[in-house]
Design a protein around this ligand. Structure first.
Ligand code: F6P
Length: 371
């Protein structure tokens, strides 16, 4: 009997997802004669058994498309409720669906959070292989994730374009870049786009230090500055407040814990980039503007590098399945791939190391990192 596999895409979408679906599916069909089905909308569709059968035709023509033909959702495997408010044991429901289709493996395309969910399914006996996709590049165990290169290209182009208008108007322009809690995207695009200041979550910033660097530039004849700021970056003060709230989260329960959680959410949504812009305007006397790049960084066709990465990880996944490998992240390691046990990497966010070569390059160039 032909072997069957399932594929789903979970978490925020990312350029290169369709390239990966196509690569896994076509390689599984062509090289190993496997049947391939896709579940819609991530773990939600798996739980609800909403699926499509892929033949080779339905996997053609999707390489260059952005988004995911399967749809996605941020549903987590443990936190789903039935419509009537009852909580069900989702993991065993999903295992039943996998058994019903007699799936030999489930391929899960996701980011940092998805790795944790993938491991939970592996723990209930589903044979899972995960592929690292996210524009944030925060998945541990892989050199890089697909989607990151495309998003970095979009953010870089935006920073390039902001230069001429900032220059003409003698303004400070702050480009807020996505990345969740890590600074890969802001650092990469900031360096590639020649930003004067780059602010990342890994380095809490000092507003005075940024203001004096802008004033020094102004005194030297450059009355404009470009700041690439990661959405997850915090000032030193806010970072201290956040650290103490996080500690409170660990030590409180019930109502108190809920209140701490609300304070954390309020802090995270406190329009920090706008506040920083206003503070810099006041100190430097230069007008400032904020551009939030937002979801434009996740949309559209994947870059050639992301198509290649998704393709080589996808085809490698099919051969790992054929070799009965599971419970792994199919990771990029140089030009080859490596099957990294999910147990080793799930729940570990890949932050920018402070001794990373990009950080060193930025410092050598005199780019201000806010510290
Ligand atoms: O994880 C990808 C990402 O784009 C993050 O950079 C960002 O913080 C988040 O998703 C936005 O999520 P949503 O699309 O649910 O608003």
């Amino acid at each position: 009997m032909a072997r069957s596999i399932g594929i789903l895409t979970a978490g925020g979408d990312s350029p290169g997802l369709n390239a990966a679906i196509r690569a896994v599916g076509k390689a599984a069909q062509r090289a190993y004669g496997m049947h391939v089905i896709g579940f819609y909308d991530g773990f939600l569709g798996l739980m609800q058994n909403r699926f499509v059968r892929f033949d080779s035709d339905s996997l053609s023509g999707i390489l260059t498309r952005g988004g995911t033909v399967l749809g996605t959702s941020r549903a987590k495997v443990d936190k789903m409720e039935m419509g009537d408010g009852r909580r069900m044991d989702m993991r065993s429901l999903m295992r039943d669906v996998v058994d019903q289709h007699d799936l030999e493996a489930l391929v899960v395309l996701g980011g940092d959070g998805t790795m944790r969910n993938a491991l939970k399914l592996e723990d209930v006996g589903i044979k899972v292989l995960a592929l690292p996709k996210t524009i944030d590049n925060d998945v541990t165990g892989t050199d890089v994730t697909f989607g990151f290169d495309t998003a970095m290209g979009i953010a870089t182009e935006a920073i390039d374009r902001l230069h001429s208008t900032a220059h003409s108007h003698h303004r400070i322009i702050l480009a807020e870049v996505m990345g969740h809690e890590v600074g890969w995207l802001a650092l990469g695009a900031g360096l590639a786009g020649g930003a004067d200041v780059i602010l990342i979550p890994e380095i809490p910033y000092d507003i005075e230090a940024i203001a004096s660097s802008i004033q020094a530039r102004k005194a030297a004849g450059s009355a404009f500055s470009i700041i690439a700021v990661a959405e997850g970056a915090y000032s030193r003060e806010d970072s201290r407040l956040r650290a103490s709230l996080l500690a409170d989260m660990d030590s409180t329960e019930g109502e108190d814990r809920r209140a701490v959680k609300e304070s954390l959410t309020a802090l995270a949504r406190s329009a920090r980039t706008e506040k920083l812009a206003a503070a810099l305007e006041e100190v430097t006397g230069l007008e400032s503007r904020v551009t939030i790049l937002g979801h434009v960084q996740r949309g559209g066709t994947p870059s050639p590098a992301d198509r290649l990465l998704a393709t080589r990880l996808g085809t490698a996944t099919a051969s790992y399945i054929a070799d009965s490998v599971h419970g792994v992240l199919v990771a990029a390691r140089g030009q080859s791939t490596e099957a990294v046990p999910l147990k080793k990497i799930a729940g570990i966010t890949k932050f920018v190391p402070l001794d990373h070569p990009w950080v060193a390059s930025a410092r050598s160039l005199g780019i201000v990192l806010g510290d």
